[in-house]
Design a binder for this molecule. Structure first.
Ligand code: GDP
Length: 368
C-alpha cells in the first residue's frame, strides 16, 4: 500500500502532525487510488525537480506524486490484549505499508505524559512490546495450524508445514523477547515466506522525534536516545517540532511562509523531509512525464520495466507499448530544453525491458 501509518503513545503529537500534513488538501481527483476517510490524508510529495521541469516546459498543469498518511490513535499499553479499542487499532496498522512512529522528545508541564515522564526509550519499548505481542499471537495461531498440516496425508502440504515451522518458531521466540521482526536479521527470502501473516513488526519504520523549538537546532538527549534505537534497526529518524509545523501549515501566503521559515531557521518545513523519508522507505522512486498539457511525477516501485511503468499511466499503455523515449531530468536542467537534449544525443530510445530509473523523464510511444 502507498501509505504510512502514524503511531505513537497518546499526547506525543500525532494529531498535531497529521493535521499539519493534511492542512493543504491535495486535489483528490488526481489521485483515484486514495481512500476517503477522516483519518486518512492525501499528501503531495514535495519534489523540487518537478517544479524545475515545469519552469522549463511550461505545462498547463503540474501534478506531484502523492501518498496517504493514516492517523492511527489508540495504541496504549495493553492494546494487544484488546484493552480499550486496542485490537481495532492494530487492524488499522496491518493495512499500512510503513509506520511513522512519533516519539515525544519535548518537555511541557501543560501536556500530560501517559507514564508521567518523558522517556523515549521507554515509550518506544511500550509500543514495540504491544506490536510484538500482537505478532506473537499471529505466529502462534499459524503454528498451531501448521502442526495439524504437518500430519496431513497430502505430502506437499505436510512438507510445506515441515519447512515453515522452524522459521516461525525462531521468529516467535525472538518476538517473545521483544525483538521486532524487522530487527531480527531475517533473510529476504524468509521474509517473503512470512508475508502472508501481515506481521506488524515486519513493516519498516521511521522514527519521528517531536521536539520543542530549541530542539530543532540543538539535538537534545531524548533525540539521541531515539537515534540509538533507530540505528540498531537501520531506520530513518526525522526531527521536527509539531507545534511549529502546524503553525507553518496554517500560513497560506507563500511570502509570509518564507519569512516564518527563515525566522525559525528552517530551509523548508520539516514535514517535507518526513514525507520524502516515508516515500523512500516505502521503496518508491519517481519518474516524470512532461508535455504541454501536464508535467507529472509518477511514483514507482524500484526495479520496474518501461512497459510496466507505461501500465501505471494507463492499463492500455502496457499492451500497446511500442517504446519509451527517455532522458534524465538533470540533462534538462543542464541544457535548458528538450530540443538541446535531442541535439546533444541525450534522448534515448528504450525498449520494454528497460529498467526505469529515478529522475527519468519518459515519453511512451504506444499503439492503442
Ligand atoms: P496525540 O495524542 O499523539 O495525537 O497528540 P496531540 O497531537 O493531540 O498533542 C497532544 C498535546 O501536545 C496537544 O496539546 C498539543 O498541542 C501538544 N503538542 C503537540 N506537539 C507539540 C510540540 O511540539 N511541543 C509542545 N510543547 N506541545 C506539543
Amino acid at each position: 500500500a502507498l501509505n504510512c501509518g502514524i503511531v505513537g503513545l497518546p499526547n506525543v503529537g500525532k494529531s498535531t502532525i497529521f493535521s499539519a500534513l493534511t492542512a493543504a488538501p491535495a486535489e483528490a481527483a488526481n489521485y483515484p487510488f486514495c481512500t476517503i476517510d477522516p483519518n486518512v490524508g492525501i499528501v503531495e510529495v514535495p519534489d523540487p525537480r518537478l517544479h524545475r521541469i515545469a519552469e522549463i516546459i511550461h505545462p498547463r498543469k503540474v501534478v506531484p506524486a502523492a501518498m496517504e498518511f493514516v492517523d492511527i490513535a489508540g495504541l496504549v499499553r495493553g492494546a494487544s490484549k484488546g484493552e480499550g479499542l486496542g485490537n481495532q487499532f492494530l487492524a488499522h496498522i496491518r493495512q499500512v505499508g510503513i509506520i511513522a512512529h512519533v516519539v515525544r522528545c519535548f518537555e511541557d508541564p501543560d501536556v500530560a505524559h501517559v507514564s508521567g515522564k518523558v522517556d523515549p526509550a521507554e515509550d518506544i519499548a511500550t509500543i514495540t512490546t504491544e506490536l510484538c505481542l500482537a505478532d506473537l499471537e499471529t505466529v502462534e495461531k499459524r503454528l498451531a495450524r501448521l502442526e495439524k498440516q504437518r500430519k496431513s496425508h497430502d505430502r506437499i502440504q505436510a512438507k510445506q508445514a515441515e519447512e515453515t515451522i522452524p522459521l516461525l518458531q525462531r521468529v516467535g521466540s525472538r518476538l517473545s523477547e521483544g525483538v521486532p521482526v524487522r530487527a531480527q536479521g531475517i533473510e529476504k527470502e524468509e521474509l517473503e515466506r512470512l508475508s502472508d501473516l501481515f506481521l506488524l513488526t515486519a513493516k519498516k519504520q521511521i522514527y519521528v522525534c517531536n521536539v520543542d523549538e530549541e530542539g530543532i537546532h540543538t539535538e537534545n538527549d531524548y533525540v539521541k536516545a531515539v537515534r540509538d534505537i533507530a540505528e540498531s534497526e537501520g531506520a530513518d529518524v526525522v526531527v521536527l517540532c509539531g507545534k511549529l509545523e502546524a503553525e507553518i501549515a496554517m500560513l497560506e501566503d507563500p511570502e509570509e511562509r518564507r519569512a516564518f521559515l527563515e525566522d525559525a531557521g528552517l530551509s523548508e518545513p520539516a514535514l517535507n523531509v518526513l514525507i520524502r523519508a516515508a516515500f523512500h522507505t516505502l521503496g518508491l522512486r519517481t519518474f516524470f512525464t512532461a508535455g504541454e498539457k501536464e508535467a507529472r511525477a509518477w511514483p514507482f516501485p524500484e526495479g520496474i520495466t518501461a512497459q510496466e511503468a507505461a501500465g501505471l499511466i494507463h492499463t492500455d499503455f502496457m499492451k500497446g507499448f511500442v517504446r519509451a523515449e527517455v532522458y534524465r531530468c538533470d540533462d534538462l536542467f543542464e541544457l535548458g530544453s528538450e530540443q538541446k537534449i535531442r541535439e546533444a544525443g541525450r534522448l534515448r530510445l528504450e525498449g520494454r525491458d528497460y529498467i526505469v530509473q529515478d529522475g527519468d523523464v519518459v515519453y511512451f510511444r504506444v499503439n492503442v
